[in-house]
Design a protein around this ligand. Structure first.
Ligand code: CU
Length: 281
């Protein structure tokens, strides 16, 4: 454990220190070809590793259970550790899709400090025997004009017949007391966001090569962290706590208290020292 707590902040303009540090670390990571680099981590989720847990299953396990949230927490943690080896101060930023602003500029812009924006896309190159057929393509997105809304009266605070992501998320965190119900609703919302982004993000085989994947999952992890703050950090099915989250070597139990993994969620940069650079704007 590193000892010092890192704060994960909201996705914002690339000119802000927490974003430029993150983009720079991703850029460097993409040039590391061994198991400390971006392509190693991107390849764990879908092709070629196929370790991910969704809807109670992983292609690499004969167990079934709600392991979606802890598996992705361990995943982000290991990626974040590798990025902190590049820049000790950096942390994964969360994409707050409840703000209804679409794909953030930090991920859609071509330019980062006069270079290609490393958060915009990634060139995927996979060759046999890693995959049956060679893949050489760039990640792409095909976002819907509108973020999803839900027909969900219990969450629909203003009763206009359309529960927004903000309303559904609030409802989930504050009103849903059973982990199983919380998990399944959150996983469904998660699916909708993958489909909303479209393109590579809508394909589990390649989704994790798109850098926006990690900020989407960071948002999912943050909502779980908020739920844990309300409903209990250890509020998780006991029978699943000893499952090992492969290939990360952590058990479910070991990731429940995320602060022991060295990070917390903060809403604003204003009260946090994120490593020297003055906050602008
Ligand atoms: Cu996902």
């Amino acid at each position: 454990m590193s000892g010092e707590m890192k704060y994960r902040l909201r996705v914002d303009a690339l000119t802000l220190p927490h974003m430029s540090r993150y983009a720079t670390a991703i850029e460097v990571s993409k040039d590391i070809s061994d198991n400390r680099g971006y392509f190693h981590f991107a390849g764990l989720h879908g092709a070629p590793g196929r370790w991910c847990w969704h809807h109670q299953f992983s292609q690499q396990s004969n167990l079934s259970g709600r392991v979606f949230l802890p598996w992705h927490r361990a995943y982000l943690h290991r990626l974040e550790q590798s990025l902190q080896d590049i820049d000790f101060e950096c942390a994964i930023p969360w994409w707050d899709w409840t703000l209804s602003e679409g794909i953030p500029e930090a991920f859609s812009s071509n330019d980062f400090e006069g270079r290609n924006n490393p958060l915009q896309k990634t060139r995927i190159q996979l060759f046999p025997p890693q995959v049956p057929n060679a893949v050489d393509q760039e990640t792409f997105r095909n976002p819907d004009p509108n973020l999803p809304v839900f027909s969900f009266p219990a969450a629909d605070v203003n009763e206009d017949g359309r529960a927004t992501l903000a309303e559904v998320t609030d409802y989930l965190v504050n009103e849903v007391t059973r982990f199983e119900v919380f998990n399944d609703l959150l996983e469904t919302i998660h699916d909708f966001i993958h489909v909303y982004v479209g393109g590579s993000m809508a394909d589990v085989t390649f989704a994790a090569f798109d850098p926006i994947f990690y900020s989407h999952h960071c948002m999912i992890d943050r909502i779980w962290a908020q739920w844990q703050a309300v409903h209990g950090i250890d509020n998780y099915p006991n029978g699943l706590k000893s499952i090992v989250l492969e290939p990360f070597g952590l058990t479910v139990e070991e990731v429940l208290n995320f602060e022991t993994l060295g990070y917390e969620y903060a809403d604003s940069v204003s009260d946090i020292d994120i490593g020297g650079s003055p906050i602008e704007g």
